[in-house]
Write a protein that binds this ligand. Structure first.
Ligand code: ADE
Length: 223
């Protein structure tokens, strides 16, 4: 899978691309992630990518031309173009699974006070990562790239997905996990996890998943 991220702030992605699981996935060629500065596509002699809004008002608006040209340059027949915006559909694990099935994603990071609305005409999908407003689409782009990349076969152990919170088959939250020591400041690890009976451990974990989901996210059980 290839993911092209269009941004004005490539430096924000340095730590993200060079750390831990994402770094390893890139090294193993399981995913190719390109950070594209769409300023490189502007036709403005001074390199401008934004301008004042028609009709007046505060702030600067991202111009349509640099983003249009960048998308047209990078797009292939099988590309899905995504715009990150607080008024898009709310992202979730089901959407992550759907995005994983694409060969090529272009992710456009909005910034400043907004973007020329005509950009919406060249995108397939508009996504928000939640009902709050960030200063730009860079953090949402990392959240989406991370959640999709970890679902690509070979990136993490396949079994890890089975108990993921929001797993699309179980729709349950993950069960609680513990490691050594067995007792810490009076807090003990549940007995069932140390007795070596795998059937009992599986039953306990399943029960904890259901209880936790009932308590914290009853809406998931309704679905
Ligand atoms: N840009 C600013 N806020 C955002 C959000 N919540 N989701 C996606 N893109 C954004």
């Amino acid at each position: 899978m290839r993911i092209d991220i269009l941004t004005l702030f490539p430096e924000m992605f340095e730590g993200f691309l060079n750390t831990s699981i994402i770094k390893r996935a890139i090294e193993k060629n399981l995913v190719e992630i390109n950070i594209v500065n769409f300023r490189d596509y502007t036709d403005d002699p001074h390199g401008k990518v934004d301008d004042t809004p028609y009709g007046g008002g505060r702030g600067m608006v991202l111009r349509v031309q640099p983003i249009y040209d960048a998308v047209m340059d990078l797009k292939r027949d099988d590309t899905k173009v995504i715009l990150l915006t607080p008024d898009g559909i709310t992202y979730n694990q089901k959407e992550a699974y759907e995005l994983k099935n694409n060969k090529h994603l272009i992710i456009i990071c909005g910034h400043y006070e907004g973007f020329d609305d005509r950009i919406r005409n060249i995108v397939d999908l508009e996504i928000s990562i939640g009902d709050y407003v960030l200063t730009g689409g860079e953090i949402p782009a990392m959240a989406i790239t991370d959640s999709v990349t970890r679902l690509i076969p070979g990136v993490i152990m396949e079994e890890s997905h089975i108990n993921d919170s929001f797993n699309i088959e179980t729709n349950l939250l993950d069960y609680p996990t513990y490691t050594k020591p067995r007792e810490f400041k009076g807090m003990e690890v549940p007995e069932v996890l140390v007795n070596g009976n795998h059937k009992e451990i599986d039953d306990y974990r399943r029960k904890m998943q259901i209880e936790k989901t009932k308590e914290r996210r009853p809406d998931l059980l309704d679905n």
